[in-house]
Design a protein around this ligand. Sequence first.
Ligand SMILES: O=C(CO)[C@H](O)[C@H](O)COP(=O)(O)O
Length: 228
Amino acid sequence: MKASDGTDEAKRRAGESAAQQVESGMVVGLGTGSTAAHAIRALGEKVTAGMEIHGVPTSYQSRSLAREVGIPLCTLEEARPDIAIDGADQLRLDGALVKGGGAAHAREKIVDTSATRCLIVADDTKLTDTLDHPVPVELLPDAISTVERAIRKRDGDPTLRTARRKDGPVVTDNGNLVFDCAFGPIETPKSLATSLSAIPGIVEHGIFTDVATEIHIGSSDDVTIHSV
Ligand SMILES: O=C(CO)[C@H](O)[C@H](O)COP(=O)(O)O
């Protein structure tokens, strides 16, 4: 297996590998990001070929791509996903992840945790032994100063995420703001996750533990599947 440089090809391998696990009749959680988008396109091809599935989108982006490629959609009120396919910004092979690069982690966590199986798709550059990626935190706009203080108290360094082609902050699909919080090496993701969840005003943070059931890692010329 040849290590990748994080190119789209490695992401495509991972996304398509996870899409192969989907069978007719299934409800599929549709993750957000460029790697999950490869899975959504692959599922669109299956639908065109006659497979009957329904998708539960996790963001504006995944909803609009699913519509574009012809995947019928439903909501969590209507059906529980059999499989969710989602990306990650950094991950350990035991399934501890940092997500939220696309600021969609709140809805992703709801959909991913409600699925019977959660398949995480990523290129091999995202694998690590110790998580140290800044943790995205979605927060209510009114709570900006109190959440900032609470993160600093936990030795984190929060930076308000700013928009690229708009002045001012990123506003999530839920109308909230995002802090990217640097904590340095995260030795115990579960305890940081618990501690962040306890802060009033935080809608959701991007640490996912005990959610992934399978990890599909794409490289330059291969894909490997790890059970969690
Ligand atoms: O968590 C996410 C969005 O909120 C994405 O899954 C994560 O940022 C990975 O994105 P990409 O596959 O484009 O690298």
